[in-house]
Design a protein around this ligand. Structure first.
Ligand code: UD1
Ligand code: UDP
Length: 387
């Protein structure tokens, strides 16, 4: 039986959360066969976008932190590639685990594949079919650099087949003979694991924010297409303020720094008006446990986040998606998520629709059994046992 040295690469908030499911499964069940080394690229560095998740989700401190910080896409990606390459040469891991679609994922894939270490991609196959989104390019390159690809949904698995990946490939797997799997979603593992703990440990947050269960809307906005297009950003936020006032319902917004910076720098007057609005509650980003408590106790969710769209489903809440398209298409087909782009009339229509139909909505199990991390680790071990 092989012993596997695995380099677990994180960089942005959702990746630290996803990696915690893998770390937990290694710690609980595989520490005799897998040695995990964590590399943090430093793409996210604010305490509330990084450090908070390591302590709250009990992940060990990264062995490496590249501290690359924020920069334009090319510079950030190239700094991460350079940093990861050095670590790869020093550590010579058996494989590299990458999550999702950020610049850290892309850089990890390029550095790893060029040095011919196997790339393992968690959240493979997702596509928005919109290549103007930086994440879409990151996903395509990462998938096509991978040896094992874990697709979280049927749609993602089909996308991989449409791009030429063959489900019938047999071991030994290599980049030219990759293996694609249909798994569940690793975020679902975490939601199941932490939902009760969130209620126990964080319930005071509701009082602190002046919120009543099932009587507030949770909002997150951070996507480049919304934050960097000021007309869109202002239009969305004005519409949300109107809805909050019309329904006399608090709208809670844990703001990503990208959004806060864009508002402070470009829409200062509007931002201070918004902060003074009776029903708009703007907060700094919250911890993961706080976030899932808010999701669980909200009435409805409005977001442009991928992770939050799925979590709306895990916690059985209707979701209004501030985008033209989504990778989590099953939610839209199911009628529990609606794409509204940044269209005020559509946002209002769907909010009203969900307010009336909420009790009738159903939330089938699209995302596995909550044991996806375990499945992934078993397949990684098999990859090396079969060599
Ligand atoms: C990144 C990912 C996005 C993911 C998101 C999760 C890319 C291209 N985008 O977007 O796919 O959904 O993370 O949250 O990789 N900033 C801070 N403090 C931080 C980090 C960022 O203030 O700790 C600010 C900086 O002004 C920075 C901006 O946020 O320029 C954007 O950060 P960046 O990491 O480039 O992209 P995100 O929008 O966070
Ligand atoms: N999240 C959090 N605190 C917040 C906002 C989001 O812990 O203030 C969590 C959320 O529960 C989900 C993940 O961050 O698990 C989603 O990350 P994000 O929206 O930044 O990125 P995306 O999923 O769109 O890539």
């Amino acid at each position: 039986m092989a012993f596997v040295k695995l380099l677990n690469i994180v960089g942005a908030r959702p990746q630290i959360i996803k990696a915690s499911a893998i770390s937990r499964a290694i710690r609980n069940n595989h520490s005799d066969r897998i040695r995990e080394i964590i590399l943090h690229t430093g793409q996210h560095y604010d305490k509330e976008l990084s450090e908070i998740f390591f302590s709250e989700l009990e992940i060990h401190r990264p062995e490496y932190n590249l501290s690359v910080g924020s920069a334009r896409h090319g510079r950030q990606t190239s700094l991460i590639i350079t940093g990861i390459e050095e670590v790869l040469l020093k550590e010579k891991p058996d494989c590299v685990l990458l999550y999702g679609d950020t610049n850290s994922t892309l850089a990890g894939a390029i550095a790893t594949v060029k040095l011919r270490f196997p790339v393992i991609h968690v959240e493979a196959g997702l596509r928005s079919f919109n290549k103007t989104m930086p994440e879409e390019i990151n996903r395509i390159v990462s998938d096509h650099s991978s040896t094992l690809l874990f697709a979280p949904t049927n749609a993602a698995f089909k996308n991989l087949m449409n791009e030429g990946f063959k489900p019938e490939n047999s071991p030994p797997y290599t980049i030219d003979n990759p293996k694609i799997y249909l798994t569940g979603d690793i975020m679902y593992d975490n939601s199941l694991f932490y939902a009760e703990m969130a209620e126990k440990k964080k319930v005071s947050l509701l009082d602190r924010l002046g919120l009543v269960r099932d009587n507030f809307t949770l909002v997150t906005i951070h996507r480049e297409s919304n934050t960097d297009n000021l007309t869109r950003l202002e239009r969305i936020l004005k519409t949300l303020r109107e809805l909050a006032e019309e329904y006399k319902m608090p709208f809670v917004m844990p703001l990503h720094p990208r959004t806060a910076i864009s508002l402070k720098t470009n829409l200062e007057k509007f931002y201070s008006e918004l902060q003074r609005s009776e029903f708009i509650k703007i907060t700094p980003p919250v911890s993961y446990l706080e976030m899932i408590l808010l999701e669980k106790t909200s009435r409805m969710i409005i977001t442009d986040s991928g992770g939050v769209q799925k979590e709306s489903h895990f916690f059985r809440k209707p979701c209004i998606v501030l985008r033209k398209e989504t990778e989590w298409i099953e939610l839209v087909m199911n009628g529990t998520a609606r794409l509204v782009d940044a269209d005020p009339e559509l946002i209002k229509k769907e909010f009203k629709g969900f307010s009336e139909s909420q009790a009738m909505l159903e939330y089938p199990g699209f995302y596995g059994d909550g044991k996806t991390a375990e499945f992934i680790l078993k397949e990684i071990l098999l990859l090396f046992d079969n060599q």
